[in-house]
Design a protein around this ligand. Structure first.
Ligand SMILES: [Zn+2]
Length: 321
């Protein structure tokens, strides 16, 4: 990685950022053998530092493409600094998996007290990373998607009032206030005083232009709100009318397995008993169906891959506040 400045902790990150001149700076974040390239775009004037990342989960590709596009396209910030980490969990990415093959732990669930039993690589890495982001950033945007098996509609997750206020100022379909004990990175950084928003869009094994654009538009809209980019007339940042989600029901496949034959699209409105998806067992060709278990809700994410395995995630149904 020629031309990259190596960063190993919050001190070396601070030194690199202090030395940044207007324009682009390339960083290589380095932790226990995992090397993560990053691009920092510094504006002509001082201002907030917005940290944007994708690939905390290694198989969520739309956000990665969005982050790389922003690294190419963002050049003249009105003020402030944007740090972009397009593929955070490099080992998970190369393994084609959601989690790091060192321990297969979901790195976005480790920020809670679980005693001493959970000090594997993912937790050590996540704590190190949170220290770095928390040491320098004002605002944190975490781009996610459905991974290989799910499709996810465009929604934001927040864990505190200040972050929710910022999310409400941009265009989104849904805003979900996550439970305080979810163990997510946005919760940890919000506790450290940052505004932190997780943005979901897309999924599947290939990229979809509209899902990549949704991520790009979200980040640009936040930068406009923070006055770091000029606001485009009629652009992406009109005040949002997002539906607020107060809780969500996770549905998993139990006896259902085999081939998925039909499913609802994301964003669908569902009522108790409505069919959400149908499939067929590969063993005996018996048909199965999953139905909405709650009174009213919205399909926030849904299994989209053809292969259905017992115990895996089927759908997330959001309940309006
Ligand atoms: Zn994710």
């Amino acid at each position: 990685m020629e031309g990259y400045k190596t960063v190993v902790d919050s001190n070396s990150l601070g030194a690199a950022l202090r030395g940044a001149v207007p324009g682009k700076l390339r960083l290589r974040l380095s932790f226990e053998g995992m090397e993560i390239p990053a691009v920092v775009v510094a504006g002509a004037r001082g201002g907030p530092l917005v940290w944007v990342q994708a690939g905390l989960h290694g198989d969520e590709y739309d956000g990665m493409a969005a982050c790389l596009r922003l690294a190419d396209d963002l050049s003249c910030l009105e003020m402030g600094t944007v740090a972009l980490v397009p593929i955070l969990n490099q080992a998970a990415f190369y393994a084609g998996r959601n989690s790091n093959p060192a321990d297969f732990v979901n790195m976005n669930r480790v920020f809670k007290d679980e005693g001493d039993d959970h000090c594997g690589f993912s937790k050590r890495f996540a704590m190190w990373y949170a220290d770095m982001v928390g040491s320098c950033a004002d605002t944190f945007l975490d781009l996610h998607g459905g991974g290989k098996y799910l499709d996810v509609c465009r929604f934001a997750m927040v864990s505190d009032d200040r972050s929710q206020e910022l999310a409400q100022s941009v265009r989104l379909d849904f805003i979900y206030r996550a439970p305080p004990d979810s163990g997510m990175l946005i919760g940890e950084l919000a506790r450290r005083g940052l505004r932190a928003i997780l943005h979901e869009s897309g999924g599947g094994v290939g990229m979809n232009e509209s899902d990549v654009s949704a991520h790009v538009d979200f980040v640009r809209a936040v930068l406009e709100r923070l006055l770091m980019l000029p606001e485009l007339p009629g652009g992406v940042s009109e005040i949002g009318t997002a539906i607020r989600i107060r809780s969500a029901v996770d549905m998993r496949f139990a006896d259902e397995s085999g081939l998925l034959l039909w499913r609802l699209p994301c964003r669908s409105v569902v009522h108790r008993g409505d069919s959400i998806m149908r499939g067929v067992s590969a063993a005996d060709f018996s048909r199965w169906e999953m139905r909405c278990p709650i009174q009213n809700g919205y399909v926030l994410s849904i299994h989209s891959a053809s292969l259905v395995e017992p115990g895996t995630y089927a759908a997330m149904i959001g309940i309006e506040s």
